[in-house]
Design a protein around this ligand. Structure first.
Ligand code: VG1
Ligand code: CO
Length: 544
């Protein structure tokens, strides 16, 4: 067995986006493509000799092939020990948990999250640092710079590792340790939550729950924790076997894509609690009998109820939300007298706040929430948090939500996505908005006055790093907002995301249909951006 130095030439499109590098499987299958990115990552990290790594992915097509390549490159680059999930499976939160628990130097997570999988679908790769979180911008830009200059990579010509077999194997000088994908993560969950109370709820007989794993990575985790450990009846978890093409579905837990679950939860004999997770297990959708909880509300409710949960009984240090996420959680923070941070989109921006103990709970409107237990968002964690709340309070999901609105007011919230717009059209539209920003403050639109209009810039309070142009914000007096940004995770053209929010304190007006309640703001958002003129589109592709 020998290490080889392979000559290569740079690709110019390996700039990591919101969450790592995401491209079509076919792009990754080009000769040297994956290898270039992995070597660029190792080069960005410096001397890798003697270091340790965690490797795993969401089980999508190309996962195992990529893992074999990464292991051989890790060995040739001098890593001493690599932990790999059995059969290459690690959910994103489990990978974060394992990096922290085994004090690894970092981890490589293979996932394109909720993007469709299969031979013609998407693939993705990202690097997480020793704190278990996504590499910060300083590292991702160094990876990109390395990828533009790469001329060779190192790889071993050893045989493949048997990923199905738990235990230690040798790959040249490097130890590969195949570990159970679920055990460490399940143990962590048991430390955070009152499993006895949740067990009581799930075995009570009159409480029914449904969890949709959407044929993606969370299936084994949900079955092990909810059914085996917490006593939920078999069949509680549906679509629980991870498939390389995710059953040809789109494992994005929202009202559009989680059709099967949504149909059941909005039926006559709906279960009491419903939840779904995404491709790599870091997102969650929470539903009750005929109710949907927006992710922004869910974050606020978790924060308001945190004192009921063993792990957070001592109080929250602070909360953080991405900029487009509704301001509902800010009101909870105000009441609790704790810091509330507003960061750019993407979990990597929460890392410093969590490490510095300035935020305990974090969340994004895109169905992601998490805490300082790891450094990624965590789908099943949110589900267990909700179950723990329901078990302790003895209320239904609808009651919990309604009482929250009564106490704090309701932030009506929606996101409209326009997918696969030609990139030039999307950029022209954003430029058109940008050009208006300086004229907007003070202007009136149907009773609302523009308070501020800018392109969001964030200074990290821990290391003073600055991230600019993170989305166009139009804020009105009283707190209503319209936000526009382009997605950084898509692989086809551009996706325009428009986020719309309006606060309602009046209890008698908290039960309108969201799209109706936000109707005039939606129309204004459309007019200001001239969506139809720039894109020819008359309606969004997805509304959440
Ligand atoms: C989207 C979401 C963002 C999330 C990111 C990764 O990014 O909006 O909130 O952090 O996906 O989530 P963008 O740039 O497309 O808006 V996941 O579950 O794909 O790791
Ligand atoms: Co995800």
């Amino acid at each position: 067995m020998a290490f080889m130095t392979v000559q290569t030439a740079p690709f110019d499109d390996q700039k990591p986006g919101t969450s790592g590098l995401r491209k079509k499987v076919k792009t990754f299958q080009q000769a040297h493509y994956l290898e270039n990115f992995v070597q660029s990552t190792f080069n960005a990290l410096g001397d890798c000799r003697g270091r340790t790594l965690v490797v795993g992915g969401d089980g999508r097509y190309y996962n195992q092939t990529a893992i074999q390549i990464i292991l051989k490159m890790a060995a040739a680059n001098g890593f001493s020990h690599v932990w790999v999930g059995q059969s290459g499976i690690l959910s994103t939160p489990a990978a974060s948990c394992i990096i922290r628990k085994y004090q690894a130097f970092g981890g490589i997570i293979l996932s394109a999250s909720h993007n469709p999988a299969g031979e013609n679908g998407d693939f993705g790769i990202k690097f997480n640092t020793a704190n278990g979180g996504p590499a910060p911008e300083s590292i991702t830009s160094s990876i990109f710079n390395n990828s533009l200059e790469i001329s060779e990579y190192l790889i071993s010509d050893s045989d493949d590792i048997d990923l199905a077999e738990i235990g230690l194997q040798k790959l040249d000088g490097m130890t590969v340790e195949v570990i159970d994908s679920v055990t460490d993560y399940a143990e962590l969950m048991a430390q955070l939550f009152d499993f006895e109370a949740i067990h009581g709820l799930l075995t009570r007989g009159d409480f029914r729950m449904r969890f949709d794993a959407m044929h993606a990575v969370t299936g084994p985790y949900a079955k092990a924790i909810l059914e085996k450990r917490l006593g939920a009846p078999e069949g509680t978890v549906i679509n629980g076997v991870p498939l390389p093409d995710f059953g040809e579905g789109h494992p994005d837990p929202n009202l559009t894509y989680a059709e099967e679950l949504v149909a059941e939860m909005f039926s006559k004999h709906a279960p009491d609690f419903g939840a779904a997770s995404d491709g790599d297990g870091d997102r969650n959708m929470i539903l009750g009998n005929n109710v949907f909880v927006t992710p922004s509300d869910s974050l606020a409710i978790l924060a308001a109820n945190a004192a009921l949960i063993p792990a957070y009984r001592g109080g929250l240090k602070g909360v953080a939300r991405s900029m487009p996420t509704s301001q509902a959680v800010d009101r909870v923070a105000e009441k609790l007298g704790i810091e509330a941070h507003e960061t750019p989109t993407g979990w990597k921006f929460f890392g410093n706040l969590l490490d510095a103990d300035r935020a305990t709970l974090c969340g994004e409107e895109s169905f992601g929430s998490g805490s300082n237990h790891i450094r990624e968002k965590d789908g099943l964690w949110a589900v267990l948090f909700w179950l723990n709340i329901l078990a302790v309070r003895g209320l239904s999901v609808a009651e919990v939500v309604n009482r929250h609105w009564q106490e704090f007011g309701r932030n009506y919230y929606t996101r409209h996505d326009y997918e696969s717009i030609p990139t030039e059209q999307a950029q022209a539209l954003m430029q058109h908005l940008e050009n208006q920003l300086s004229d907007l403050p003070g202007r009136q639109f149907g009773g609302r006055t523009v308070d501020y209009a800018d392109n969001f810039s964030y200074r990290d309070p821990v290391d003073d790093s600055v991230a600019e142009k993170q989305g166009i914000r139009i804020g009105f007096k009283g707190g209503d907002r319209i936000i526009y940004r382009l997605s950084g995770t898509g692989t086809e053209g551009a996706t325009l995301r428009i986020y719309i929010e309006s606060y309602q304190a009046d209890r008698n007006k908290q039960h309108q249909d969201t799209q109706q309640a936000l109707g005039d703001l939606i129309e204004l958002a459309d007019q200001l951006a001239m969506i139809h003129d720039f894109t020819g589109r008359t309606a969004p592709t997805v509304i959440t």
